[in-house]
Each structure stands twice: as C-alpha cells, then as structure tokens.
Write a protein that binds this ligand. Structure first.
Ligand SMILES: N[C@@H](CC(=O)c1ccccc1NC=O)C(=O)O
Length: 309
C-alpha cells in the first residue's frame, strides 16, 4: 500500500515551493516530537549512543584517510577481535550540512559485542564541502579502510538520510581509479534521498549550491546501470520510516523498484512506528528490527563463507 499511497501524490514538479520544502523537512513529519525539538533530540541521542560505544569498544579515533582536516575515521573494534571480522562502515546523515563522525559511533553498541567492527566516516559538510567533494571523500574512505585492514571478512555499508545517499553513491563507484576494489557484501540505505534534482529549489540547496549538472551526476537514481555494474553481488536494503514524508517514502520506493528491475538483490523495508530520526537512532538497541536485519545479513554471509571450499 506504500505504492497506493504515492500514486495519489502530486509530482514534485507540480508542488508549490512551500509544499516541496515541507516534504523535504523531515522534522515536520515526526509523530513523536515537535519540529523544533526533534532535530536537537536526534543529535543528543546519537551523541549519547556514541559515548556508550566509546566506553565498550576499543577505539582508534581520527584515523586519516586523506590529507583534509575532516578526512578522518573513527574505528570501533571488539576488545578481543577475531582475526577475520566483519566491518560495518557508517555514513552519517544531516542533509550534507549537519552532524559529524563525533556522534556516529552509536551502532557499535550492539555490533561490537558480536565481534563486528564499526567505522564512522568523517566528511566535509556544506558549506565547506560541496556534493562532488563529499561523494569523493566517502569513496576514498571506503577504499582506504579496505586497503589498510586486510583481516576483514566482509564490508557492509550503512547510511542514514544524506548518508544513505552517499552510501548509494559508493555502490556506483568504478573502483578502477582507486588503489583497491572493495567487495561490499551488504548496504543498508535508511531514509535516503536518491534523486537530488527536487532539492535544488529548496532551502536544502542554500549551502550546497548544486547546479543541475551536479545534482544529476550525484543522483543514484540516474546511476542504476553503474550500480548494477560495480555492485552486482551486494545485498541492498532500502529502508524507510512509516512517518517519513510522502516524498521521502516515494524516493525510497522508486529507488528500490529501479534496483529490483535491474536484477539486483534488494529488499524494501517499510519500518513501522518510526520517523526519519528514530529509524536510525534505534540501531543502538540489539532488539531493534534493523539491528536484527543487519546482524542476520552479516551472520548469513559469514556462514556461507565457511561452507565454501
Ligand atoms: N532541516 C531538516 C534537518 C534534517 O533533515 C536532518 C537534521 C539532522 C539529521 C538528519 C537530518 N536529515 C537528513 O539527513 C529537517 O527539517 O528535519
């Protein structure tokens, strides 16, 4: 019925600026909190989870993956890691202009005790960074991690909101320009944006200043053939919150459908009783649906590996 829901909607091109901006203001759709408090509460929740992660994991903070000031990673490792451990790379959200890796380690809380390492990627948010730079940074960060840590049994990507967009751009990467080809086994794209063109005329683009060329070349929706070419073995989860805006829900559904039509291994996960913010905050809990899905995906890949000759 998410399909029914979106078929009645006006196309974004027919929306007045005010309506389009509301559709792209996730805070205005929360079922839990008022718009003016949900974003602050979100940052506080992620920061608290990250503090907990830093207490339970062995951490390597501010590991550089490039020359830039923000081109750094935080690594969260189990206290006594196995020689061959799975790694989840997390790309934070915040509309390419808020948040940082400093509040992006929270998902290590349930993962590290299961023997899984977590990397939180830093990148230059706008206005310092532009869209091309952020995409280049997350690609280089993934290549750098894979190259530096040879004892990784599998790489999984997870991104929220703008970070889901950046994670999808990583999947579209032609790695022949890089020093290594990461073998990404799974990607969890949570409440993402996959077509940047509708954002161009909204407040979101004020600090980004994307032209149409920039928006098109950085839209995963335009790059499905590349994604299929370079990430054909990756298991993809496109997750969206029940209380995401109709336009956000439509973006996820249409991206899922495009991936499915191209023959990729993808599932659509419409997460009940969540909004744009707590759909990712709850990854701090082991029992949460998306945590369980992530753990099962990793375990299934680990099991099939040991059965290979
Ligand atoms: N102005 C936006 C802010 C926003 O979307 C946001 C804020 C913090 C963390 C994630 C966010 N969403 C996507 O990256 C809003 O209305 O919620």
């Amino acid at each position: 019925d998410s399909q029914k829901l979106t078929s009645k909607m006006a196309h974004w091109k027919e929306m007045k600026k005010e309506e389009l901006e509301k559709q792209y203001s996730p805070s205005q759709w929360s079922h839990r909190m008022a718009a003016d408090v949900v974003v602050q509460a979100h940052a506080a929740s992620l920061r608290e989870g990250t503090d907990r992660a830093r207490a339970v994991a062995q951490t390597f903070l501010n590991v550089p993956y490039g020359e830039g000031e923000r081109e750094k990673l935080d690594i969260y490792v189990p206290p006594s890691p196995s020689l061959d451990l799975p790694l989840v790379i997390y790309i934070h959200g915040g509309y390419w202009q808020f948040l940082s890796k400093e509040e992006s380690g929270f998902l290590a809380v349930p993962l590290v005790p299961k023997g899984i390492a977590v990397v939180a990627v830093g990148y230059d948010t706008a206005p310092k960074g532009d869209m091309d730079l952020m995409v280049s940074q997350v690609r280089r960060s993934v290549a750098s991690v894979v190259q530096q840590y040879s004892h990784i049994s599998g790489v999984y990507l997870c991104g929220h909101s703008a970070g889901a967009h950046l994670a999808a751009m990583v999947l579209c990467t032609d790695w022949s320009q890089y020093s290594t080809t990461p073998n990404i086994k799974g990607a969890f794209l949570v409440s993402g944006v996959y077509d940047l063109v509708p954002l161009m005329s909204t407040y979101v683009n004020d600090p980004l200043k994307m032209t149409e060329d920039v928006a098109l070349r950085n839209s995963p929706m335009q790059l499905v053939p590349q994604l299929k070419q370079f990430s054909s073995d990756c298991e993809i989860v496109v997750a969206v919150a029940q209380h995401d805006s109709p336009e956000f829900r439509k973006q996820s559904l249409e991206f899922f459908q495009a991936l499915e039509s191209s023959g990729l291994k993808v599932i659509f996960d419409d997460v009940p009783n969540t909004d744009h913010f707590n759909i990712i905050e709850q990854l701090v809990n082991e029992e949460y649906h998306l945590t369980q899905l992530l753990l099962k995906t990793i375990e299934r890949n680990a099991a099939s590996r040991t059965q290979e000759p």
